[in-house]
Design a protein around this ligand. Structure first.
Ligand code: SAH
Ligand code: SF4
Length: 366
């Protein structure tokens, strides 16, 4: 059994089964996640016979790194093999005063948003908790900060924030996303505050309610359109959970959230959703839920048939929102040259859906 994906509860349960005390479980958790230990032999403050017992029944197994590239701006992308047929991507984005790791939650995505390269490649399977937390575990090791003095959450860690904005829809894989998120915020794990772990969703309403109840971290919602007619087309899950239901779920989430606003992500598509009138319409939405807007210039990929809004259009769109009293920021495009920007993550997914693949994967990754 792979211990990497067990949160405190899971580890204690396992230790109870093998006749060990809960505090031993926490010790092992610390070794794995705070110190980045990969083998039981290294766990020097744990009795030898327990180490041997663990080695006999358990492993610590991260995904295998099969690609590792760094862009000129310092953005680094890993391609991680999760099984014989699938690989997913994780991206580290260094910024002044913080470092963000963007993790994947599924191999592919079932939701097929029009502007997303992950969606276009189809879906194979959910990642396990070990495969999700394994991305953070590997990135921490690769960035060379494990084992330094200073303790959990200290400034010596390169990764200060985690966002579930890589491949996949996290709300459709909560059985794995929740234990992974719990490890991120656990003092014996990565010790990140709830505000520094953000789950992004295209609007899977029941998932939002479950996350609020079981592990309320910061929430970002991919809005992308001010009305149902357009959102039905761009984000097809809207046909099931239209804007009215989505906003109600946002308000319920806010009762549990570590922040007092929802971040609405809004991809800027030339001539599609970027007019002044559409910005005005967003003000009507903002009147119904406490929110901030994060505008994402569309990142093109081959065959999308869509274009990024011009810089001046984006500036003007943000201005309309700001004049209406909203906070609206524009995301910087990062990772040029290694296809590491939002919506460009394609990994290598053995598609099991019957969807016609509009973009050959090799082309996306070229
Ligand atoms: N499935 C989740 C999280 C992954 S996508 C979601 O949809 O929210 C993370 C963000 O990148 C989402 O806001 C998504 O809409 C956006 N995105 C997807 N494709 C993009 C593209 N080509 N250019 C810019 N942003 C994109
Ligand atoms: Fe899936 Fe999010 Fe991409 Fe939509 S934008 S296809 S929900 S990963």
């Amino acid at each position: 059994m792979n211990l990497l994906g067990l949160d405190a509860q899971g580890m204690e349960r396992l230790f109870a089964i093998i006749g060990e005390k809960p505090f031993r479980a926490r010790q092992v958790l610390k070794w794995i996640h705070r110190r980045g230990a990969a083998d039981f032999g290294a766990m020097t403050d744990i009795a030898k016979d327990l180490r041997a017992k663990l080695a006999a029944v358990a492993t610590i197994e991260p995904p295998v790194v099969i690609g590792d590239g760094t862009a000129a701006d310092g953005t680094r992308k890993w391609l991680l093999k999760v099984d014989g047929a699938n690989a997913v991507e994780a991206v580290f984005i260094p910024e002044d005063g913080r470092g963000t790791l963007c993790v994947s939650s599924q191999a592919g995505c079932t939701l097929d948003c029009e502007f997303c390269s992950t969606g276009k490649q189809g879906f194979n399977r959910n990642l396990t908790a070990a495969e999700i937390i394994g991305q953070l575990w590997l990135a921490n090791r690769a960035l060379g900060v494990h084992g330094q003095p200073g303790g959990v959450g200290a400034g010596n860690r390169a990764i200060s924030n985690v966002v579930f904005m890589g491949m996949g829809e996290p709300m459709l894989n909560l059985d794995a996303v929740i234990p992974a998120a719990r490890l991120m915020i656990d003092e014996n794990g990565y010790g990140l505050s709830r505000r520094r772990v953000t789950v992004s969703t295209s609007g899977v309403v029941p998932g939002m309610d479950r996350l609020a109840a079981e592990c309320p971290v910061a929430l970002a919602v991919s809005l992308h359109a001010p009305d149902d007619a357009l959102r039905d087309r761009l984000v097809p899950i809207n046909r099931k959970y239209p804007i009215r239901a989505l906003l109600a779920a946002c308000n319920r989430y806010l009762e549990h959230a570590p922040r007092d606003f929802i971040t609405f992500e809004y991809v800027m598509l030339d001539g599609v959703n970027d007019s002044d009138a559409q910005a005005q319409a967003l003000l009507g939405i903002a009147a119904r839920v406490r929110c901030k807007f994060n505008l994402i210039p569309f990142n093109p990929f081959p065959g999308s048939g869509l274009k990024r809004s011009g810089a001046e259009r984006i500036r003007r769109f943000a201005e309309v929102l700001q004049r209406g009293g909203l906070t609206a920021t524009t995301r910087k495009t990062r990772g040029d040259g290694i296809d590491a920007a939002c919506g460009q993550l394609a990994g290598d997914v053995a598609d099991r859906t019957r969807r016609t693949r509009t973009v050959p994967i090799t082309e996306v990754r070229a």
